[in-house]
Structures are given as structure tokens and as C-alpha cells.
Design a protein around this ligand. Sequence first.
Ligand code: DGT
Ligand code: CA
Ligand code: ZN
Length: 574
Amino acid sequence: MRNADIAGLFDALANLLEIKGENPFRIRAYRRAALAIESLGKDIATISEEDLLAIPGIGKDLAGKISEYLKSGKIAAYEHLKQELPEGLLALLNVPGLGPKTVNLLYREYHVTDIDQLEKLARAHKLSKLPGIKEKTESGILKGIEMIRRYASRYPLGKVLPMAREIKEYLQANAPVGRLEIAGSIRRWKETVRDIDIICTATDPHAVMKIFTAMPDIKQVIMKGPTKSSVLTTFGIQVDLRVVDRESFGSAIAYFTGSKEHNIRLRELAVRAGLKLNEYGIFREKDDKKLGGREEEDIYTVLGLQFVPPEMREDRGEIEAAQRHALPQLVEMRDIRGDLHVHSAWSDGTLEIEELARHAAEHGYDYIALTDHSQGLGVARGLSEERLRDQIAAVNALNRRLKGFRILSGTEVNIRTDGTLDFDDMLLRKLDIVVASVHSGFKQSKERLTQRILRAMEHPQVSIIGHISGRLIGERDAYELDMEQVLDTAARTHTALEINAYPLRLDLDETYLKTAREKKVPIVISTDFHAFGQFDNIRYGVAIARRGLLEKKDVLNTLPSSGLLKKLAKTSLR
Ligand code: DGT
Ligand code: CA
Ligand code: ZN
């Protein structure tokens, strides 16, 4: 689907217009259209011009731009705007905490066109001399620059995986490839990745490489050879394609999936057993006899190991466990029975409750918890207490009609800055599930934020803490928390912690899962669903759980709804 591309272009257009200081109405029109297109629910290329015009926020002009893009892959207005402004200006927008309005101001006042200039001015406290820029904004900008440098040349998995899949599908459809697999850190579901590694087999490698290096959206061909080619995409990420022999596909996939640390351990084991392991296969040292390599499993079998799933290959003890044939039975996609963090059009989601239920049932789920935002979150159209009461009634009525599927009533209630909740206790008691989350006041001290979350966990009605650290990978760092205390309190109060599977959150992050497991903290995996198709994001959360070695029994939404609700009923446990 090209929806995301078009929405992204409209947003970029709006940014450029805003940097130029153009008409706010036009800017807002582009942003509104971007949102509408993103949450359309069907492929925009399949929609007639007439139906396009029926979408709220899309008039003749924008519909024309959409057709233009679908036909030519470009929007001329955008290309023009880009040429009018210095190139570095756009990169400034990537600095967290720096919006187009401020970029415009800085350009006009100081002629800032790149990040180095920006940093110098911020360090010299020149930014906060300008009207509308506070000292806090200035220090925020410096932090943002620091984060950009830290992530330099690494990208969030959530951005890269869809691109990798698109390339995979493109090659499978257009190039004469045999087996083909994405390898590297993407296959291990690492939360950030440096490049895209793809391995394939082919009888005519030259033909494959010709098509690969001529794919759309490529900025530069870095190298082109019959066994390895590398390109740089317009997004800026490098893609390596390797063509390997059919008999070596398994060992090549194992080698290029890594991690490097895992590979080194495997090679050590091989050497000790009088074997040789490389990307071509596994061989007997004394006479070079090939013992395996066509399938990835061969490598592990010949070494006497249990097969290690890619997510575990980080040399964090998996080799030893595989030697004892005692790897954990990691939680799987099919174990997940329902989603416990779902927004409807009653707050900032795009689907009505009934559509949500149908969509979830088609996804194979037995239940969802409806968790729209609470009254204090105005930007996300949080529900008033009265609206929440109406929603509970609507859910009850709907449940009477639904067969084999259940909607749990719930809320994603704000944890206020003092740790109290944004809804009355009496009302919370009427709900099946209460997800409590921090949505503001990220700049509080570590102590205050920790106390705030501890207080929410002590609340008898709070079942789950949502996206606990508030991070957005590559955009916003986690706020500071005393996680030791948080995990202890979660275990003691039987409050579940969410692994938020929204690709840029992945929060609770994997580094805490080992301790969480040891302390027996209940865990749920949820998507934070807002728009059609997002139930599929659950795979990211499952991957994080698997990287944290969680098993089915460690994840509460692997239970049927009745068992789940029993586990989440804190009051009965105390
Ligand atoms: P990345 O790209 O930084 O996100 O992480 P990876 O793991 O994809 O790293 P990459 O792309 O440099 O290499 C892909 C895999 O190839 C890596 O996981 C293991 C293997 N590999 C690369 N270089 C070496 C090496 O020097 N020794 C060994 N044993 N394996 C290597
Ligand atoms: Ca890689
Ligand atoms: Zn939230």
C-alpha cells in the first residue's frame, strides 16, 4: 500500500510550507489529509477519484496530487519546495523538540541551515534570546542533537522492517530468485538496525543483481557484483544482497543472521569438535567432508545443539542452554488470544467499536479490551466520565450480540503528575480492565516519576501499566525511573506491565524482562491499536518478549478472557 508514502509526503509538504511561513490553513489541510490517508484502511491506489473526494479533508487539489503520485511516484509541488529551501533545513526537523515554526524562526534570525550551527547557538544560549524560545526548549534541543548523534546510522526496526519486506516482495516478484530471506539484526528483531541484509539463491545471479540495483527508490549503487551488491535507498539505509549457492543457503543464513557474538561461540564449538564452520557450510576438519549447510537447522544439529530461534542469538546464555537441550519454550504468535490496549473512534482511534470487534475476530482473537483515553488527555479526545459510562453500556449491548468474542470494557487512564488517576474510583470499579499510563510531565525528577508510577500500581483498580518509560525509539528518550523498585512493586501488587508493541515504542524494553521474569512480574503484550491493520504489530511485541526469553505462561493475554480477568483482579489476591 502506498498510503504511508503519500501521508508522509503530505506531512513533509506541510513542514516545508510551515518553514516558509505560508498560509496556516493550507498547512493544516495537508496535515489533516495525511492523517485521513494513513488511517484509511484500504489501499489508496484502488480508490476512484470520486471516492477520494468523499474522504473528509480531501478536495480537488489534494486528490490531484494523490493521482499524480500514484502515476509518477512524485509530487511536483513537493520537489519544487524542496529546491527552494537549503537542504540542511529539512534535516533540522529531525531534531526532537524542534518543529517547523522554530526552524523558520532560526533560519530568519540566524540563518541556521544545519545541525552543527544549531548546536553552537544553543550552547551559547543564543536561542533562548529569541521570542518564544524558552531555556527549557534550548536544553531540549541540545538533548535532541545528542540523541541524533547517538543513533547516527542506526534506525528503528519499526521503520526498517517494512522497507525490508517491501524489497523482499519486490525481488520475489521481479527477479529470478530461488530462496530468499532477510537476515542480520532485522531477523533477530533487534530494536534498532544499521542496514538491511538479504540472502538469496539464484541460477542467474547477474540477472538478479541487475534488477536489484535498478529497483525504485534507490539513491546510489555502492557496489555491484555477482555474489554481493550494495545499494543506498532514498531513505538513506544501505541494503546488501548476497547470492549464495543452494547447498549453502542454510549456513549463509545462519552466518549473516548473527549475531557476531553468537557466531563466534558456534565456531568455537565447531573447532573443539574437529569441525569447521563458515558461511559455506559445516565441514569435517580432517578431510573437508561437508556435513551440512543446505538448511539452517543442519548447523545446530551437527554441533549437537537444539535449534536456537533467531531472536535469542545474542550470546546471552542460549548456547549453553541449547547444549543441554533446555532452551525455554518461547511465547509464540499463536499463543496470543487478545489485545489489551485498543483505542476506538470514541477517543483518537479510527474504528468504531463494532468494527474493532470484527477486525479483532478476523485477526483470530477471542477478546479485546477497549481502552480509550481518559478525560485529561484533550489532544487525544479523552472520554469524559459520562462518555465512559455511555461506552460501558454500548459495550454491554454489543457483547450480548457477539458470539464467541468478547469486548472487555476498559480505559487507558492518565496517571496524573501526583500519581492519582484521571477517573473516579467508583467509575474505574465498573471496568474489566484499567491500563494506567503517563502521558505528560515527562520532565519530572526520577524520584517523582518513580513515586508517581508506584502510586498508580498501588491502586486496587489498576490492572496494567502502559508503555512504562514513555520512549519513542530515535525520537524521545525514556524518562528516568528506578526500575528495580518499579518491578518489585509490580510483583507485590500483581500489577501487570505492558510490552507496548507499537513499533517505535517497544516499551517495556527487553533489558528489563530478565529481572521481570525472575521477580514474577505479570506481563501483557499489547499493540496500542489506533488504526486498521495495527493488530499485526503484535509481532513486534512478541519478538521483544522472545528476546527477553518469556514463555507462554509468563504472558497473561495468552489466557482465555475468564482466566485473564481472574489474574488481573488484584483485590481478590490481597
Ligand atoms: P547491525 O547491522 O549493526 O544492525 O547488526 P547485524 O547483526 O545485522 O550486523 P552486520 O550487518 O554487520 O552483519 C550481519 C551478520 O553477519 C552479523 O550479525 C554476523 C555476521 N558477521 C558480520 N561480520 C562478522 C564477523 O566479522 N565475524 C563473524 N563471526 N560474523 C560476522
Ligand atoms: Ca545488518
Ligand atoms: Zn498511551
